[in-house]
Design a protein around this ligand. Sequence first.
Ligand code: BES
Ligand code: MN
Ligand code: MN
Length: 481
Amino acid sequence: MSQTDTSVATDAAIAYLREHDTEHLAQLDEFLRIESISADPGRIDEVRRAGQWIVDELTRLGIERATLHETSAHPIVTGEWMKAGDDAPTVLIYCHYDVQPADPLDEWIRPPFEPRHENDRVYARGSGDDKGQLFMHLKAVEAWMATANRLPVNLRFFFEGDEEVGSEPVEAFIEEHADLLRADVCVVSDGDTFDDDGTPAIGYGLRGIAYWEVRVHGPRQDVHSGQYGGGVDNPANVLVRMLASLTAADGRVTVPGFYDRVRDLTDEAHAAYAALPFDEGAWADETGVPGPMEGERGHSLLERLSARPTFDINGIWGGYTGDGAKTIIPAWAAAKISTRLVPDQDYREIETSMQAHLASIAPPTVRVEVRVIHGGAPAITPLDHPGIGPASRALEAGFGKPPLFQRSGGSVPVVAALDAHLGLKTLMIGFANPTGNFHAPNEWMSLRNIRDGVVSLVHLWAELGAMRASDLRAGEPAPRR
Ligand code: BES
Ligand code: MN
Ligand code: MN
């Protein structure tokens, strides 16, 4: 296709989106009403229904081999359209269709699975993370197929139903089905734009994660704290003492060897962070904290939020938590704990060193059990990847401003897995709103980001379609940061 033809076709696809806007938003609501909570064993069928909904949509759009694959957990969806020609690039699109649990339910203004449109936003669980973004990809494909009956690039689709619970089945799936996933570049839409004023972003990093459950066991059963206090070591006291010792006041993790593989920021990387417009006061207000924590010296808040590792207690329980007082030494206490990791930390190494460290600091008066829940590798993508230019132009065309480059603090385990198994590099192009209540009550996404984002994707396929596959794959530049 000539350049003029492509630009005429792009305009037609965008006009199609404008004409079908109302209808598309209603269809998004239909998708968001499916309660695809991957963590909830009672919703297994709902997760499957969301996967099947996507398969049916892909098929309707003319995507071939749209398939719901069984896995050890929830299904994985794949499909492809490979008719753009041998020379044309092949792009793998990844998003996830599972969502986080919706509790605390009474903090939602409207029920989480009854989408509410208000203030130019759609509120629903999964609106931003990540069903809304997955849906945007379906609409960009639809716009091309409905107006040109073709796409400018070959597309493959990889949609997961376990992202929010650790992506357990994806490694095996990537190994077994490499032929369904092979591509010149991957596009992941599971992050956010730079701000809520329509400044788009290209992500160049994600943190990894390691997650455990710790249980401290004491007496055979709860005992009277007057009768036994002073003689029986209290498992809850021991647990909080142990966990408190895992971080220093500045947040640095005390587990031996924890920082050994952390790649320090280069001067260039510090400068890139410093150049980003970021208001710490506004960030604190928005978050509802009196101010940011002290944090590691030599790193700005923005750096600490994405380029440095962290330790957190995600939940802690045990003993008496009912009304009034009950004087006991509990038989046990437990916590869910996790660390966010950065390149080149290895989550398997960290899993082991945390277990060994906790065992080494446990007093002999209790029994400590540490169980790994899940892990995922950090990722960083080179900023001189040949897909960055086309992606920047596409985002500027859609949002009316050029993108900023940001590293995200969250984790998407598939990104590192695709690189490790298939050598596949990822362009992280997220469309959700940074304050859009991911994992929280009243999750939302702005309609503006949905519209401008879909238009960006229509442009992205045109931009990449103007390249040859070999140019997009070209060079494996050494990571710069
Ligand atoms: N979409 C998020 C990750 C994310 C958040 C990326 C914000 C960029 C900006 C993803 O769905 C997520 O929540 N991942 C989990 C992974 C975990 C369960 C292994 C996370 O980060 O906690
Ligand atoms: Mn997500
Ligand atoms: Mn999430």
